[in-house]
Design a protein around this ligand. Structure first.
Ligand code: AHR
Length: 503
């Protein structure tokens, strides 16, 4: 019978923030060291130690924002260790990704704030820093903000200039800790509310002195609704607010990871189970928005999903959270983006975990080469939505039920956005057979200007290796136009299609 997608051009949702296509790079395994930074190694082209083959691939994605240095790493990172002459920087253990593991080296601090800012410059990406709330102090966090953004005549601003950056870095996004309900100190929601108020107060005191860049603070939220509600409730318990307590943050974060079966060895039911679980990202956003509507109904705090993606059992602490990256993973990412577009009015940013080599990475490297994963191709196709207006998109399709999962899997997932006279439509066929899909728009004069398909000729368990990355690049697909703004596409099994429509 096929599936039908109707793009309601006259039902705009909101602008899709380009930061939905954001990334996350942590000092963990080979993400930074080996993936983005090789220092003196001359086996790959570098820019003062930064690995340019990785950068070239990422630059092609027009990465909007990059979160750093963690993750759990952030809550035991002392930023002053990573500035100044590299040969004088201390080697440290980190409480999470280095301590006590012989196979993961200590943190050499070769890659610090200035190196990170250089990566952001090369990628033209907005930096997003996660401050250390777990083992750091509010003063240390405020000093980092001063070092990065202050343009006056203070010791810290002058130190930045001595380190090569006369102009402030104008870092807009600041995370106030990371997962402080877990690795970042195992705090109760009430304890985190207290710490958050303290840290945010000192960060805001520097923010008030900045002439160029207003700072946006991101609080730590949880996928457990109860935690969010207790945190937001406890935040209000302070007698001396000149502003409301909820003015201390612009965003609240949630993190969501999922798996089903192994990275490359899964049956059909596990294939669908992973897709069902990836739908939790949208559910987490809805829960966080509901909690905010109860405790901070007057605020316009938005949601930042600053870690998301597939975390297979093969990614263990001892291998630096590396796993194979399959077509199945990439198809799940397409569905997550559709769900985020539907929530474009409340989601300000999302950051896949992680950019290079770790978890659902977009780029993998060895000592000589860098190559793109299937998920990279989904980002490349989907990021054309960035900055457009998300349009309500109605999908009429069968759903695959998965036992014991709260979400089923609609066999076709889709989203659309308006860009002036163009509408960009993306859809994925998650069925394991091809599916006839009819796409219709409100405007009868609409016609397809461009089309592309991903994964038409690959199996769902195929994964990227150094020698096969071309297998995942987009191909052409036929689209039948039968007038009245209606298009028909035979969408291959487990594939992703994009249509650019002139409307
Ligand atoms: O991305 C890997 C880890 O997952 C991060 O360090 C942490 O924030 C999360 O639990």
């Amino acid at each position: 019978m096929g599936s039908e997608i109707h793009v309601q051009q006259h039902e705009p949702i909101a602008e899709i923030d380009p930061n939905l296509y954001g990334h996350f790079a942590e000092h963990l395994g080979r993400c930074i060291y080996g993936g983005l930074w090789v220092g003196e190694d001359d086996r790959v082209p570098t820019d003062d130690g930064i690995r340019m083959d990785t950068i070239d691939l990422l630059a092609n994605l027009e990465m909007p924002v990059l979160r750093w240095p963690g993750g759990c790493f952030a809550d035991d990172y002392h930023w002053e260790d990573g500035i100044g002459p590299r040969e004088e920087r201390p080697t440290r253990r980190n409480a999470f990704w280095t301590q006590g593991r012989a196979d993961i080296p200590e943190e050499p601090n070769e890659f610090g704030t200035e190196e990170f800012m250089r990566v952001c410059d090369l990628l033209d990406a907005e930096p997003y820093l996660a401050a250390n709330l777990g083992s750091g102090s509010p003063g240390e966090a405020a000093d980092w903000l001063e070092y990065c953004n202050y343009d006056g005549d203070t010791e810290l601003a002058n130190r930045r200039a001595e380190n090569g950056s006369e102009e402030p870095h104008d870092v807009k996004f600041w995370g106030v800790g990371n997962e402080n309900w877990g690795c970042g100190g195992r705090l109760s929601p009430e304890q985190y509310a207290e710490e958050f108020r303290r840290f945010a107060t000192y960060l805001r005191s520097v923010d008030g002195l900045l002439s160029e860049q207003d700072v946006e603070l991101v609080s730590v939220g949880h996928i457990h609704d109860d935690w969010n509600r207790k945190f937001l409730d406890a935040l209000s318990e302070c007698a001396s607010f000149t502003e409301g307590p909820y003015d201390l943050m612009e965003h609240m974060s949630v993190h969501r990871y999922y798996e089903a079966g192994s990275d490359t060895d899964f049956d059909d039911e596990e294939y669908f189970r992973l897709l069902a679980r990836s739908r939790k990202v949208g559910g987490d956003v809805d829960n966080a928005v509901d909690a905010l509507s109860v405790y901070a109904p007057e605020s316009d705090i938005s949601i930042v999903v600053d870690e998301w993606g597939v975390w297979h059992p093969e990614a263990t602490n001892t291998n630096g959270l590396e796993q194979e990256n399959t077509v199945r993973d990439a198809i799940s990412a397409a569905g997550v983006f559709d769900d985020l577009h539907e929530r474009a009015d409340v989601v300000a940013m999302a950051n896949i975990a992680q950019t290079v080599n770790v978890l659902q990475c977009l780029v993998q490297t060895d000592e000589e080469d860098a190559w793109a994963t299937p998920t990279y191709q989904v980002f490349d196709l989907y990021e054309n939505h960035a900055g457009g207006t998300a349009l309500d998109t109605v999908v009429d399709t069968d759903a695959h039920e998965v036992e014991d999962e709260p979400y089923d899997v609609p066999l076709v997932s889709a989203s659309a956005s308006a860009h002036g006279d163009e509408v960009y439509v993306t859809l994925s066929n998650r069925a394991l057979d091809s599916e006839d899909v009819t796409v219709s728009l409100d405007e009868a004069s609409a016609s397809v200007a461009d089309s592309a398909v991903l994964f038409a000729d690959t199996e769902v368990d195929e994964y990227s290796r150094k020698d096969n990355a071309d297998a995942f690049t987009p191909g052409e697909i036929d689209v039948d136009e039968n007038g009245d703004g209606i298009f028909e596409v035979s969408v291959p099994a487990s594939s992703v299609v994009a249509l650019t429509v002139e409307a």
